[in-house]
Ligand binder design. Structure first.
Ligand code: SF4
Length: 283
């Protein structure tokens, strides 16, 4: 089905076997995309978190763009803080708190809250924007054709929402009516849940997908095209920006750019993994 959609995500930097397979059947997007990745130039390694994870693949010793401070601050939404009980909740308490949350008006129209799915000790965390109709029905992020494309993208990295290595969540846990853009107040109400999820997962890399998620996390109004190809930070964790799979389904030529984004994210994750592996442990 993905091939019918013109989509062929294959491993790019996931080890020697994958590299050999990739050389034999590289997706149309990958070589050009890597060469064309904007701003991907040799530079000092990005700052990385100390989160220790079991290696999923051999580290890839590559240079990546240096981490940059968050772009221009957007004034519409205040910086959320993990105040109150959310900051100390464990997974079970956090999930039940979200399930019963009525902190903003989006609770009125939801059928299910969409908490998150995947490996809660993952090295990768994917963050999307808000549930759509299918997500609202099933209570799971990224389902339907866009979810299938995301799963294919993740498979190219050796990751799977059911098999481990990645945790997937949205900025908002409830569906905005008619899939409208969320209001800044709704984001401010809901983002502490995501921030706590990020704290609990402590991933090596965050991949932010789609304009709304990217702009919400980075607190900027800059378009994705200007934010791609660089390493940002969210709660001290490297963050790479890319397009939402639903957008890619409508704009297939941009798969090349998305492939470049995945390659960048994998480089950053590999460097983080190598850094944590070389860090001395407490006696
Ligand atoms: S969107 Fe977030 S803050 Fe609003 S009701 Fe749902 S869980 Fe609560």
């Amino acid at each position: 089905m993905l091939a019918e959609m013109g989509i062929a995500w294959l491993p790019g930097l996931v080890g020697a076997q994958a590299a050999a397979a990739s050389a034999a059947a590289r997706p149309v997007a990958s070589p050009a995309a890597q060469a064309a990745a904007p701003g991907v130039v040799a530079s000092p390694p990005a700052a990385v978190p100390a989160a220790a994870r079991a290696p999923a693949s051999a580290p890839v010793p590559l240079s990546v763009p240096a981490a940059e401070p968050a772009p221009a601050v957007r004034t519409a939404a205040p910086e959320p803080t993990l105040a109150g009980p959310v900051a100390t909740l464990d997974w079970a308490s956090l999930a039940s708190t979200v399930a019963g949350c009525r902190a903003c008006g989006l609770c009125e129209g939801r059928r299910n809250t969409v908490f998150g799915v995947g490996d809660r000790q993952a090295g990768w965390m994917v963050v999307g924007e808000a549930p759509g109709e299918q997500e609202d029905l099933r209570g799971e992020p990224f389902v339907g054709p866009a979810g299938q494309l995301l799963d294919a993208m993740l498979r190219s990295l050796g990751l799977s929402r059911s098999g481990g290595g990645v945790y997937i969540a949205n900025v908002l846990k409830c569906r905005p009516p008619g899939n409208r853009n969320p209001e800044p107040a709704e984001v401010a109400s809901c983002e502490p849940f995501l921030r706590r999820q990020v704290e609990l997962v402590a991933p090596r890399i965050i991949l932010a997908l789609g304009r709304f998620a990217v702009q919400s996390l980075l607190r900027t109004d800059e378009p994705i095209g200007r934010l791609r190809g660089r390493v940002h930070q969210y709660q001290g964790i490297p963050l790479v920006v890319s397009y939402h799979p639903a957008y890619l389904l409508r704009n297939l030529p941009d798969k090349a750019k998305a492939w470049a984004d995945l390659c960048l994210a994998q480089q950053v994750a590999a460097q983080a993994q190598a850094g944590s592996a070389g860090r001395p442990t407490a006696a």
